[in-house]
Design a protein around this ligand. Structure first.
Ligand SMILES: C[S@@+](CC[C@H](N)C(=O)[O-])C[C@H]1O[C@@H](n2cnc3c(N)ncnc32)[C@H](O)[C@@H]1O
Length: 314
């Protein structure tokens, strides 16, 4: 089990709709899942109840998502205006579900990142706290332009100065390059900040061991899922932006990575998934199997992402 101090903050006592046949609730009530369109379910979820929303929506890249309850596939090839209308709708619903201190994270490729940032900043007047980049080394090969090797991880807040803001940099602190590469004595004698000597908050470009795309023979990979996020990605977001016992929402559950990591890290979780087949697999992963990278999730602190070996003579 991941090590974090339990939160002493008051917990949301929001009431949730009963999913009936269209979903599940774990015996301990810490994990819930609703099957269907996230816009319909989010409209039924209590407003202001969540501490974190993490969303990894369909990218409208013509993927053949699994069939929904009535046998129709999610349309992943919509006209641009329709897709953006859908995007703004779910963004607004998700934003309303968050408490004033809450954080909204969106995983999104180049195709739509700009539109989402403009919507959240201009229409909703939220703050873009970080524009992170998840960098991977196995991009789709092409000769006609530079190879794409990233997805954006956008971190928004309504009020970053809120007294109840969850921000736990210590839980995810890395070994600094000053220690790992340069052996700089100044980092070993840090007196002027709270962080342990030789450590710093991770930078906003994310890569490293276990951060590759979950494809091929990656041990995390779940059967029939080709769009899973790495568990350490969710470990970082959940570890930095929530406390144990906090409430996390993922409106696009997929293979259940967010819920699996949230449950492992002792957070309460609500997930929504359009495809019953995906939902079934996600439930098994979240509630029965748990994450694969338990060691990496337990030891997020103290990792180095230095891209050069230690310099000789320093
Ligand atoms: C990119 S995947 C999410 C992958 C997930 N982050 C993971 O690590 O496994 C998007 C998921 O959203 C689901 N989906 C698409 N449209 C939806 C909608 N309107 N409501 C709920 N789920 C939807 C798809 O079936 C798919 O499983």
């Amino acid at each position: 089990m991941a090590t974090t101090t339990p939160s002493t903050r008051p917990r949301s006592s929001a009431r949730f709709p009963n999913p009936g046949e269209a979903g599940k609730v774990s015996r301990d009530k810490r994990t819930r899942m609703y099957i269907g369109d996230c816009r319909e379910w989010m409209a039924k979820l209590p407003k202001g109840a969540f501490d974190l929303v993490f969303a990894d929506p369909p990218f409208n890249w013509k993927r053949d998502y699994d069939r929904n309850l009535t046998g129709h596939a999610w349309d992943d090839a919509q006209p641009e205006d329709d897709y953006l209308g859908f995007t703004y709708e779910w963004l607004d619903l998700a934003a309303e579900r968050l408490a004033d201190h809450g954080a909204l994270w969106v995983n999104i490729p180049d195709t739509w990142a700009a539109e989402i940032v403009v919507h959240m900043k201009r229409a909703r007047k939220w703050h873009l706290v970080n524009w992170c980049v998840w960098h991977y080394r196995f991009g789709q090969n092409t000769k006609s332009k530079f190879i794409n090797s990233k997805v954006h991880a956008l971190y928004f807040m309504k009020d970053p100065a809120h007294a109840e803001r969850r921000w736990n940099p210590d839980a995810v602190a890395e070994v600094s390059d000053r220690r790992a590469i340069y052996g700089d004595p100044r980092t070993e004698n840090k007196k002027d900040d709270w962080m342990e000597a030789g450590h710093r908050v991770p930078m906003d470009v994310w890569y490293g061991q276990y951060w590759g795309r979950v494809q091929g023979n990656n041990k995390e990979r779940r059967h029939k899922h080709d769009n899973q996020l790495p568990e350490v990605y969710l470990g970082r977001v959940i570890g930095a932006c929530t406390d144990p016992g906090d409430l996390v929402l993922d409106p696009f559950l997929g293979s259940g990575t967010t819920g699996t990591v949230a449950r492992y890290m002792d957070r309460r979780f609500v997930g929504i998934e359009y495809s019953p087949a995906n939902a079934e697999h996600a439930w098994d992963r979240m509630v029965t199997k748990g994450p694969y990278r338990t060691e990496a999730l337990d030891n997020q602190r103290g990792v180095s992402t230095a891209i050069h070996p230690k310099r000789a003579g320093l």
